[in-house]
Design a protein around this ligand. Structure first.
Ligand code: XIL
Length: 339
């Protein structure tokens, strides 16, 4: 995998205390040795793609199945990788008993408290970073109407962060969302929410930008953000004292024009532009890809079209996007060693 290079991505990232990560799934980890090798060699940060979501962890009230998530955590620890917990509170992938149940505000608060303490308690001090609340904001900047929003009200966000901090005071706590990379109604609302939470002394440590994008956009995926806007947005969040992570990056090529080679070149340019710009923001600390290799990417299922959005191909061969990320991380190393 790294034959052409003296250093893997993670080796360069390690030198900078930078997180270069990938979302992993327990099934691939169990069954595919090339997947395991690439993950451990190239990445120093691991996110669970689905295993920590409420619906998978807790299919019946009070019955928690930590098995698959434990496998991911065990692998990460064995390979000296850091771990991101994705995600405690979301509108999606919740257990049917929760969303179909008839709960009042107090009962919902109790369920939220129990879920946060049970989950973070199980992984106490093992999972360093948590996406506490995922996708709480709509495109127009309003709060999304989720189970938590309509049973508890807007303060569910505050409760979630406070309880997450109580459950594991060493964990760094994030608000995570998509299509809020540039400057728009949604990213303005995220900025304002983060600012208000900080003013209330709510323990929030960072903002995650998912970065599911497509070179030319698709019905379901945004175009790459304008890099000047992205820089401004990251900078204003950083100025609040927040850490910034790119949490779920993939760059779909399905609507791009040109030969496959051309499209992979354009994809590599997008990865390079985004990462290169983000690295100019001192509070930017992590770039996590939503998958290890094209083989198991969620994008074909999500969009209904074949795609190759990641940096390793179906056979774990590095793509032009791998080269461009490698180059960008190496340039960061050079810049910081001369300054
Ligand atoms: C996706 C997974 O990749 C899929 O396997 C699953 O079927 C649906 O969820 N934003 C998120 C992630 O925060 O949790 C989603 O992951 C992708 C969009």
């Amino acid at each position: 995998m790294t034959a052409d290079h003296t250093a893997s991505l993670r080796e360069i990232a390690d030198l900078q205390e930078f997180y270069m990560g990938a979302a992993a799934n327990a099934h691939a980890l169990r069954t595919d040795s090339a997947y395991r090798e690439t993950l451990a060699e190239e990445f120093n940060f691991l996110t669970a793609e689905n295993e920590l979501k409420f619906g998978n962890l807790c299919p019946e009230p009070k019955v928690y199945n930590f098995g698959p998530a434990d496998e991911l955590v065990f692998f990460a620890k064995a390979n000296f990788m850091h771990i991101r917990g994705h995600t405690l509170v979301w509108h999606h992938q919740n257990p049917p008993w929760l969303i179909e149940g008839d709960f009042n505000r107090n009962q919902a608060l109790e369920l939220l408290h129990e879920h946060i303490f049970t989950t973070m308690g199980h992984f106490h001090e093992e999972i360093e970073v948590w996406d506490v609340v995922n996708e709480p904001i709509e495109a127009d900047g309003s709060l999304r109407d989720s189970f938590w929003m309509h049973t508890i009200g807007p303060d569910y966000i505050e409760y979630a962060f406070r309880w997450a901090h109580e459950a594991d005071p060493s964990a760094r706590l994030f608000l995570n969302d998509y299509s809020a990379e540039g400057i728009n109604s949604k990213s303005n609302a995220i900025y304002n929410t983060a600012k208000e939470l900080l003013a209330l002394n709510v323990p929030i440590h960072g903002v995650g930008m998912q970065m599911h994008i497509a070179i030319n956009g698709t019905e379901k995926l945004a175009k790459p953000p304008d890099t000047n806007e992205m820089y401004e947005n990251m900078k204003r969040l950083g100025d609040l004292g927040l850490e910034i992570h790119i949490t779920e990056m993939d760059v779909a090529i399905q609507n791009a024009t040109g030969s496959l080679e051309d499209r992979l070149r354009q994809q590599a340019d997008v990865y390079e532009r985004i990462l290169g710009t983000a690295l100019r923001v001192p509070q930017f600390k992590a770039c996590i890809l939503w998958g290890v290799a094209d083989r198991y990417s969620w994008i074909p299922g999500f969009t209904g079209h074949p795609d190759e959005p990641l940096i390793f191909d179906q056979y774990y061969q590095p793509k032009p996007a791998y080269e461009s990320i490698h180059r960008t991380l190496e340039a960061m190393l050079k810049t910081s060693s001369v300054s």
